[in-house]
Every structure is written in C-alpha cells, then in structure tokens.
Design a protein around this ligand. Structure first.
Ligand code: GBH
Length: 449
C-alpha cells in the first residue's frame, strides 16, 4: 500500500521533553516472580466477567523480563524520557514492612539500563496496583494508607534517587475514586457511588506526604502527580445542562486540581457539598507539585438528569458526528488546547509547569490501520500535539509530552481488545514491531533537534 504524505509537527520549544509512558501492571507480567505479592488488579482480573475478553495480565508484554527491549525502542525513537510505574507489591508484597530486595533490584536494573541508553527514567510510584493485603484493610478508604504509601515511597526513593530526580506519585486519582470505588468498573470494584469522594482526599494527602518523603531524601527532586483532565461540555445552553456540566467538572477535574493548586476543595453541591477536611491537610496538599502532570484523552458531554433515576444529577451524552477512537472516545484535538488554556486561566501563577503525562488513542487489533499502518494514530498524535503547541503559543507553560503508550498492553477491564501502542506487540510471543506512527514520530523528533 502507498502511504500518503504524513503531516509535520509545529516547532516545539528547545528542550521540550519528549517521552513515552507505560504502567507496571499493563506491561510486566510475571505476577508472582521473585516473591511479588498480589495486587487488587490480580484479584479483580480473576473475577468472572470482569475483563471484556476474559484475558489476564499474567504475561502481557513480558516486560518484567524483556525491559531491555523496551529501552531499545525508546532510544531508537529518540525519546528523552520514559514514564514507567513501579509495582508496589514487588517492593512490599503485603504493603507493609521492609523491602523485598529482588523488587528493588529489578527497578534498579531498569533505571540503569535506561540511563545507559541515554533515556531519563521517570517512575510513577502508584499506577493502580495496590497490594491486595492493604485493600483487605480498606485500601484508599482507610486513613492508614497515607502512612503506608509514605513508607513504600521511602523504600523506593532511597534506592533510586541518586539517579532519579523526577517522580510521579499517583496516576489518575480520579479514576480510582470514580471507577475503582464509585462505580466498580476498575479494581477494587467497589460501588460506593458518592461515598467514594473521601478516597480522593486520601490519595491527595498520600501524594503530598510522599512528596515530602521524596524531598527529605533528595532535596532537588521534582515531584508531580498525574491527573486525568476532561474538557466538560454542556449538552446545551439551558441553565440545567450548564449547572449539570459544572457539577461534573467539579467532581471529575476540580476535586483534584483545586486542592493541589488553590488549597481548597470545590463545593460539590448535590454530591455532598464541600469535602470537610482538616486545614493542615489542605496546607500540605497545596503547592505540593513541582510540575503538574496532566493526562488528556477526550471531552465529555454532560446533560442534566433527574437524580431519582441514577442518584446523579447529570448524565454523559454522545457528541454527534464526531470521529471516534477504537474505544469510541471522541476525537476533537482542539479540546486539548482548551483544557490547557482553561488550566492556565483558572490557576494562573499557582499552576506549575505542565507535563502531559499521557495522551494517545487505541484501535482494536486486526488488519490495516490497527496493525502496523496506523494512519489514524499519526493523525491523532499530530492533531493533539498541534493543540499543545497552540496552547504554548497562548502562554501555557507545557514542558513535556508522553505518548500513551510505548507498547500495546493490557488495557485494564478491556483486556487486549484495545491497542494504544506506538509499537505493536504480538501477545503470543512478545515480539515488538514499531508501527508507522513510531517511524513518523521518530522522524519528527529528529527534525525538532
Ligand atoms: C489512562 O486512563 C490510564 O492512566 C492508563 O493506564 C490507560 O491505559 C489509558 O489511560 C488508556 O485508557 O468519553 O465517556 O468514554 C484513562 C482514563 C477514562 C480516559 C475514560 C478516557 C473516556 C470517557 N480514561 N475516558 S468517555
């Protein structure tokens, strides 16, 4: 097949941080190797019907054993940074007490391999794989989790901080709160609905406490959190829809960004008002990010709904006539610019430099586009990076961008049905093959230098 001419990226500022991202549970496999404990995801995956294709992450990309191939891909792509996550149950199988040497040794080897290849390691300490033993004590509903996370953070950072200056504490606390504890679509699969909101606060407090631990070990460390932001679009100009969209925006976005950047929770109105927490917690959370990690996937359209139906005053609606990804998520790149500009306007000088810690799209496995000639992904990345460049042009300080993802991987409740990789992975034998999008991005990054 003849590939049409591919689009060029606009010029990014010198020193812009190009990277790719993954997460431990989604790529590593080896769930019991070297003494690793079970996580809430090991338990969730084993529930009948929990994963769309009935698959498990027991092998996934086999990256626990093949991480050197991942490093080679990053170096070939010309990436400056690699965002990967550390599996807490490899460090503390039961979530408490001294570190398992094999777990620390593994990530030590990953870090050294990256550095030897000229790629900067940027670990995420928590990307959803909580030690199952801690869930049995309430997980993110038990205030004890703050101390546990601080202890775990100290073990990892003491080992790696001599070579690793940049740390991400927690990935997308919003998904844990809303889908892990709220609706039950993700592990631990609880359905607490609005009673899940306290898990947002404990995650933020754990992040802030971990940030202090990291700084106590390496004072020049740079610490951030990765928050997923959606642009919230009201279904119409009707007052009821506008109010519903505002309520959703507070629950989805501002519950996390307001305390981090302004030191206060937004009023959630019908969803329980303003979370009532001790002032010293807010003081610890405020200003606890040296950079603001922002994950962007898509906008969400919200209309008013009668709470007597679902218990919620809003409902999610489809956008009409919009192209969508394999997941059915709307593709509207300018929404990304708008999210970034909104952040800049709302938070002003309180907003530290933004790093885009995830952005990308999935297509199902199959022929053509989804396999290796992924023109749709080239266009998605081109559109979204152009939106980032436009936001920078409008004064938003964005200093880096990680593609989600380096590899096709285990897409949580959707198993292997959605492929997000710049690199195709054959899950039968682990073979990695860079897609057209990988070749395109590599050429674009060369041109940026
Ligand atoms: C991230 O979560 C995760 O950090 C990562 O591990 C994961 O693999 C990746 O994204 C891809 O899923 O338009 O109503 O359908 C993403 C959280 C939540 C973002 C659902 C997109 C679509 C809402 N996603 N959202 S809707």
């Amino acid at each position: 097949d003849v590939v049409p001419p591919l689009p060029d990226l606009p010029r990014f500022p010198a020193g812009f941080g190009w990277g790719a991202a993954t997460a431990a549970f989604q790529i590593e496999g080896s769930p019991t190797a070297d003494g690793k404990g079970a996580s809430i995801w090991d338990e969730f995956v084993a529930r009948p019907g929990a994963i769309r294709d009935g698959s498990t992450a027991d092998v996934a990309c086999d990256s626990y054993r093949r991480f050197r191939e991942d490093t080679d891909l990053l170096a070939w792509l010309g990436m400056r940074d690699y965002r990967f996550s550390i599996a807490w149950p490899r460090i503390q199988p039961d979530g408490v007490g001294p570190a398992l040497a094999a777990g620390l040794d593994h990530y030590d080897a990953v870090v050294d391999d990256l550095l030897a290849a000229g790629v900067r390691p940027v670990p995420t300490l928590y990307h959803w794989d909580l030690p199952l033993a801690l869930q049995q004590r309430g997980g993110w509903t038990n205030p004890e989790i703050v101390e546990r996370f601080a202890e775990y953070t100290g073990l990892v950072v003491q080992r790696l901080a001599d070579r690793v200056p940049t740390w991400i504490t927690i990935n997308e606390p919003v998904m844990t709160t809303l889908q892990g504890y709220g609706t039950g679509e993700l592990a631990p699969g609880l359905q607490l609905m609005q009673n899940a909101v306290p898990t947002a606060h404990l995650q933020l407090l754990a992040h802030a406490t971990a940030a202090q631990v990291i700084k106590s070990i390496r004072s020049d460390a740079r610490v951030g959190v990765s928050n997923n932001h959606a642009l919230v679009v009201a279904a119409s100009d009707d007052e009821a829809d506008v109010i519903a969209a505002d309520t959703f925006d507070r629950l989805y976005n501002r519950v996390f960004s307001d305390p981090l950047l302004l030191g206060e929770y937004p009023d959630l109105g019908p969803l329980g008002g303003r979370p009532d927490v001790p002032a010293e917690h807010l003081a610890a959370i405020a200003g606890s990010c040296d950079f603001y990690g922002l994950n962007f996937y898509n906008a969400i359209r919200i209309g008013a709904a009668d709470p007597r139906h679902t218990g919620l005053p809003f409902e999610m609606l489809d956008f009409a006539d919009v192209p969508v990804t394999g997941f059915g998520w709307p593709i509207r790149p300018d929404d990304f610019r708008e999210v970034l500009v909104d952040m800049h306007r709302r938070y002003g000088r309180a907003l530290p430099p933004i790093t885009i810690t995830e952005n990308g799209c999935s297509f199902p496995d199959g022929q053509g586009d989804s396999k290796l000639v992924d023109l749709d992904r080239v266009n998605y990345l081109h559109g979204h990076l152009t939106a980032v460049a436009a936001a920078i042009e409008q004064g938003v300080n964005v200093t880096g961008y990680y593609v989600w993802s380096l590899l096709d991987n285990f897409e949580w409740a959707d198993g292997y049905t959605q492929r997000f990789g710049l690199t195709h992975v054959d899950f039968d034998n682990g073979t990695r093959t860079p897609r057209l999008s990988a070749h395109w991005l590599r050429d674009q990054l060369t041109a940026q230098r």
